[in-house]
Write a protein that binds this ligand. Structure first.
Ligand SMILES: *Cc1c(COP(=O)(O)O)cnc(C)c1O
Length: 428
């Protein structure tokens, strides 16, 4: 006999009470889900349009080796990204190993000794601290004579325009704007807010370059920071734009002048964009980009479902259940180590890969506190796949993101709730 929906969930370990609680929350979210689907539909059209315009065809999927001269697949993929994000040029490659690498290339290619880098949005993502030299590291920008200034956000999370005006000087060459909050408590910025900031910066110093760290933001809205004046947007292919299929990679899209320098920095002066074999990875890059708008929509639905579910149980959530979204990250303040552990065990137990593994808090290099991480991913470290992590310290917040499909995100969130319920950390 065929199982009902509740029964099939029960077979996966979700009890009736948890399932019904989830359904009651979902009943309130249909309007928001419809809006997310509309954004995905719009972005799907953008991606297909870019592929058609650049005449994507079967030869684009062929592997190249060695120097990779005349690599049609690689060159076409870069044109597709540039068309989709409305930039003059793009660098999209497996030789860019991750988001941090893409950002490091974009910065070091476009900053010279004596130049100053400015972050008008406070402290950048952790891994950039060593790239910039905020934390000492060999080969940091600081070591090469590039100075750094930062203007913190105002207490209400808005831009400190007066402080930014004062911080822009003779040496200011490049302004870096991080769209997503990453693992901070500040709000993530909408593309329109980023546009206002870029306009302000350029009104003070027109030739300053504006780079946006677009990680986790791609396809959340119908426009990207490159539509509102950014000279470069930068991100990771094991997040949103890889659509879960890209097994590695990063991208930089922007002006021809900026991207040419990035290509020389990535390979070598004189070689630039002309070399770099694709090693047979092109099908995953093209198909992943094609799927990315719907994958991002699924992840967003998961984030909104989790926000509303945990908010209803009295846990503080960032963003809250009703706020508009500018990235796919959801923070839930669980208030105790036990609750963090239970939550992460639920996410892990719901995974298609490594579901039998039990995550435990662990000391990690670079972190002061123990960290717990849940990830059952097809691609190692991929955070467009359903994953959760957080440092074991007050307010005991887990940051979670991803889900290649909405249904998997839903299962993961229900399972996190199930584990909290079984540990008697919540009442239903
Ligand atoms: C993930 C992320 C990065 C770094 O990307 P990696 O691929 O992990 O190196 C940089 N900035 C932000 C905002 C991110 O979310």
């Amino acid at each position: 006999m065929k199982d009902t929906m509740a029964q099939i969930y029960e077979k996966l370990g979700i009890c009736q009470k948890v399932y019904s609680f989830g359904e009651a929350v979902l009943d309130t979210l249909q309007d928001r889900f419809t809006k997310i689907d509309q954004v995905a539909e719009y972005n799907q059209a953008k991606v297909i349009g870019a592929m058609q315009e650049n005449r994507v065809n079967a030869t684009c999927f062929a592997a190249t080796t060695g120097y990779g001269y005349d690599d049609v697949g690689r060159d076409t993929l870069e044109k597709v990204y540039a068309s989709c994000f409305h930039t003059e040029a793009a660098l999209v490659r497996p030789q860019i190993t991750c988001g941090t690498h893409a950002l490091a290339v974009a910065l070091s290619a476009n900053l010279l000794p004596g130049d100053e880098l400015l972050s008008p949005v406070g402290r950048p993502y952790d891994t950039l601290e060593e790239v910039i030299g905020i934390r000492e590291s060999a080969c940091s920008l600081k070591e090469y004579g590039v100075s750094y200034r930062q203007v913190d956000l105002l207490p209400d999370g808005t831009f400190d325009y007066e402080g930014i005006r004062r911080a822009i000087g003779e040496k200011t060459k490049l302004v870096t704007i991080q769209r997503s909050k990453g693992y901070q408590t500040r709000p993530s910025f909408s593309v329109s807010q980023i546009g206002q900031l870029i306009q302000f910066v350029k009104s003070i110093k027109p030739d300053v370059l504006c780079m946006v760290d677009n990680c986790y933001g791609e396809f959340v809205e119908t426009i990207e920071p490159s539509d509102v004046g950014a000279d470069m947007i930068v991100g990771s292919l094991i997040k949103n734009p890889g659509g879960g299929l890209a097994p590695i990679g990063g991208y930089i899209c922007g002006t021809q002048a900026c991207i040419s320098r990035c290509a020389f920095r990535l390979s070598a002066p004189g070689l630039g964009q002309e070399v770099g074999a694709n090693l047979g990875i092109m099908p995953a890059f093209f198909q992943g980009f094609f799927l990315a708008p719907t994958v991002v929509a699924g992840a967003l639905k998961g984030a909104i479902f989790a926000a509303n579910l945990y908010e209803r149980l009295g846990f503080p959530v960032v963003p809250n259940g009703t706020e508009s979204r500018h990235d796919i990250i959801q923070a839930v303040q669980l208030g105790s180590k036990e609750a963090m552990v239970a939550f992460c065990r639920g996410i892990q137990a719901a995974a298609p890969v490594d579901s039998y593994v039990t995550p435990v808090p662990w000391a990690m290099p670079g972190y002061e506190d123990e960290v717990i991480m849940a990830a059952g991913a097809f691609v190692q470290g991929s955070s467009i796949e359903l994953s959760a992590d957080g440092p074991i310290r007050p307010p005991y917040a887990v940051y979670f993101q991803g889900g290649l499909t909405w249904y998997h995100a839903k299962l993961g969130i229900l399972m996190s709730l199930q584990k909290l319920y079984e540990a008697e950390l919540i009442k239903l």
